[in-house]
Write a protein that binds this ligand. Structure first.
Ligand SMILES: NC(=O)c1ccc[n+]([C@@H]2O[C@H](COP(=O)([O-])OP(=O)(O)OC[C@H]3O[C@@H](n4cnc5c(N)ncnc54)[C@H](OP(=O)(O)O)[C@@H]3O)[C@@H](O)[C@H]2O)c1
Length: 255
């Protein structure tokens, strides 16, 4: 379903790679004017150029979502916003609680939770003003169950889940819906690399033997589907995993 004029702008955080970039391409193709944000300006500018060259509409805006002043400044550019996809985030490290780096835990909370809070708070007036706004929160299956070595990321994603659930309760009656998308294993080019500080061998092990992990496009597809439902339909939560993954810790790997 094509978006109505007042709700045509879709802001996507973390659009410089993976799920965010795929979502930007898909929402642009669905008729949204996409606003791509991330810290790496060169990458979002290149993606905006690609989307515009394909005949769709995109603009790039370099933004660190943990910088509240910068987020507030960014938000002043918008009177109305139809869709906000809170996608920026990720994991750092996989050490057990006994030896994990508290700074990594802090950073994960700062990016996944406070970053999502910052952008959501700043754009909520514009989402409301659109008369038909959608806030998407990219949590994770880590937002629902833990696994060894996952403590800091799992804690942050649980908090992001709570942010989504609480916001939905608090703004009921306004023309804004809150959609949470919780993916399991998605093979994106940077997620595991970032988690392991650029260690390619450790990153590759995450997906070793898994025939078909989800792709960024698979997740973007679920996001696009949820936001293009008629305005009165609120998809509260979508949990999406590859067939080879039955839980965070039960993954089928070919030998
Ligand atoms: N891959 C998975 O298996 C998986 C599973 C479940 C959930 N998720 C979640 O899905 C989301 C996207 O994951 P992905 O796999 O696409 O990861 P990714 O490729 O590593 O992308 C992360 C994005 O977040 C942006 N980002 C990070 N910190 C930021 C900050 N402070 N300010 C602004 N942007 C920031 C990065 O851009 P810059 O570095 O340019 O700022 C990048 O565009 C994350 O929230 C992740 O936790 C991923």
């Amino acid at each position: 379903m094509a978006p109505a004029a007042a709700s045509r702008i879709a802001v996507i955080t973390g659009a410089s790679s993976g799920i965010g970039a795929a979502t930007a391409r898909q929402l642009a193709a669905a008729g949204y004017r996409v606003v791509l944000t991330a810290r790496r300006k060169d990458r979002i500018e290149a993606l905006a150029e690609e989307i515009n060259a394909a005949g769709h509409q995109a603009a790039a805006y370099a933004l660190d979502i943990t910088d509240r002043a910068a987020v507030d400044e960014f938000a002043t550019a918008f009177k109305t916003v139809g869709v906000l996809v809170n996608n920026a985030g990720g994991a750092l490290g996989a050490d057990p609680v006994a030896s994990a780096d508290p700074e990594q835990w802090r950073q994960m909370y700062e990016t996944n939770v406070i970053g999502t809070l910052n952008v959501t708070q700043a754009l909520l007036p514009a989402l409301t003003a659109s008369g038909d706004g959608t806030v998407v929160v990219l949590s994770s299956t880590a937002g629902f169950a833990t696994y060894e070595g996952g403590g800091g990321y799992v804690a942050a994603k649980h908090a992001e889940h709570v942010l989504a659930e609480t916001l939905r309760l608090e703004i009921v009656g306004t023309p804004v819906r809150v959609v949470e998308v919780a993916p399991g294993m998605v093979k994106t080019e940077e997620f595991a690399l970032t988690r392991f500080g650029g260690d390619e061998e450790k990153a590759a092990k995450v997906y070793a033997g898994v025939a078909e992990p989800l792709t960024a496009d698979d997740v973007a597809d679920t996001i696009s589907w949820a936001v293009t439902r008629p305005p009165h339909v609120n998809i509260d939560l979508l949990v999406v995993r590859p067939r080879a993954q039955a839980s965070n810790t039960k993954v089928h790997r070919e030998q």
